[in-house]
Ligand binder design. Structure first.
Ligand code: URA
Length: 463
């Protein structure tokens, strides 16, 4: 159909609901470039102010998912899983949860992004491993999920191009912060990724995209609803991001910490969250009782099966799998400086956003898409909220490229720390878990939109 774009924008400006055909026509025009930036921007603002109904959000998501390449995992036996984080600081849970779920028999296929701004990206972390290749063709990605049970690769430019353009325009028109637009942006990429079951780690707090629990819950519900409408089982874990996850913030430092967790050496919060995320993937995929799945996963962590799965994935993607056991093989920063506690007390706050800003200033992340990241630098905390600290005791260490950078970062880091004279309770790690199981009746309901990986005819091309 030919879309009357001015009428389409006016429809949303006036708070009316789009029909499916015009919404799909709009997304096609966004992906092809036929709709110019100023009209896309006008629609984004109208959608931001007027909102989108759940049906509109589902159609938008589905149309975006189909706007480029899609991954067809249907040739791999079993129920395939994917995991997504809304972005955190020190969030290396994918590197622990994905091998755990794979070791438990759920093939995990994850297309991931690079970090931008204060949150890190899994691909940047993995690329700190010598030799690791994150750019896989879709055929190689699918083949690896089949043979290893686990692949984490970079999402190509051709995956969901409509979202890439829409997001870039939202970013410069103050329209990012709209729940239906965020939910459709995230879920379109998950739908295009081809997995049957998806676990979303929705971060809440100072270092997260969403700071309030109510809003995180609303976003999680919107994404679960999209999964239900588009034939995917989705669970959302709402987890605390007031302080970094684990102790390490920085690419190679985080890989080393994730490997330690897989070797049974903690840290406790990373292990706990990873067990929760992997457990949800297993229960969604198999219907296994949550307590039984948890026990099984703990066993797979203890007996080394999950670590072995990560080694196999790294080796399959050309990386040096010895880093899982020998972290000194990862890039090391030449200068390490301690940040010392100014007085004795209990850690009351470790501001994740400030820690991330310091890591970013050291070069661990990128402010603009084109920036290169330094794999070796970052921050390693020695304390977490609730811990006691002595005056002068190091509560963190910065890993830097130059002595000047180390000095400056150690000083800047002090603003992230707040101490209390009174004992401080440890904050909750997981606020709540939301999920909705897809009933067989719904799967076969003709009103349910078709699955993209059935609609798309196995298009694939190298990245
Ligand atoms: N992450 C996304 O992928 N899209 C959004 O709109 C927000 C966060």
């Amino acid at each position: 159909m030919t879309l009357d774009i001015v009428r389409f924008i006016a429809e949303k400006r006036d708070g009316r609901e789009h029909d499916e055909a015009s919404l799909r026509g709009f997304v096609a025009g966004v992906a092809s470039g036929a709709v110019p930036d100023y009209q896309v921007a006008a629609w984004c603002m109208a959608a931001y102010l007027r909102g989108l109904s759940p049906t509109e959000t589902a159609v938008l998501t589905h149309a975006m998912a189909l706007s480029g390449e899609t991954v067809d995992l249907s040739s791999i036996p079993g129920v395939k899983g994917d995991k997504h984080s809304s972005g955190g600081v020190g969030d290396k849970a994918t590197l622990v949860a994905a091998p755990l779920a794979a070791a438990a028999g759920v093939p995990v296929a994850k297309l991931s992004g690079r970090g931008l701004g204060h949150t890190g990206g899994t691909i940047d972390k993995l690329e700190s491993i010598p030799g690791f290749r994150s750019a896989l063709s879709i055929d190689d990605f699918v083949a690896q999920v089949r043979s290893v049970g686990l692949a984490v690769a970079a999402a190509t430019e051709r995956l969901v191009p409509a979202d890439k353009r829409l997001y870039a325009i939202r970013d410069v028109t103050a329209t990012v912060d709209s729940l239906p637009l965020i939910a459709s942006s995230i879920m379109s990429k998950k739908i295009a990724g081809g997995a049957d079951v998806i676990v979303l780690d929705v971060k809440v707090g100072a270092g997260a995209f969403v700071r309030e629990l109510d809003r995180a819950r609303e976003l999680a519900r919107a994404m679960i609803d999209l999964g239900r409408r588009l034939g995917r089982r989705v669970a959302a874990v709402l987890s605390n991001m007031d302080q970094p996850l684990g102790y390490a913030v920085g690419n190679a430092l985080e890989v080393a910490e994730a490997a330690a967790a897989l070797r049974g050496e903690g840290p406790a919060d990373l292990v706990e969250l990873s067990l929760e995320l992997a457990g949800r993937l297993v229960t969604l995929a198999t219907g296994e009782d949550a307590a039984a799945a948890r026990r099984r996963l703990e066993g797979l962590l203890r007996d080394g099966s999950a670590a072995e799965r990560l080694r196999r994935m790294i080796a399959a993607q050309g990386g040096d799998a010895r880093v899982v056991d020998e972290p000194w093989r990862l890039p090391q920063a030449p200068h390490v400086r301690e940040a010392a506690a100014p007085e004795a007390g209990y850690v009351a706050r470790l501001d994740a956003l400030r820690v991330a800003e310091v890591a970013l200033s050291l070069g661990a992340g990128r402010r603009r898409k084109e920036d290169a990241v330094d794999p070796a630098v970052g921050v390693v905390l020695a304390k977490k909220v609730g811990d006691a600290v002595e005056r002068g005791e190091p509560w963190a260490r910065v890993h830097a490229r130059t002595p000047e950078a180390a000095e400056a970062a150690a000083a800047a880091l002090q603003a992230a720390l707040a101490l209390s004279a009174q004992p401080v309770p440890r904050p909750p790690l997981v606020h709540e878990v939301l999920e909705e199981r897809l009933s067989p009746a719904l799967v076969s309901d003709p009103r349910c939109l078709p699955r993209p990986d059935r609609v798309a005819s196995g298009r694939s091309s190298p990245p």
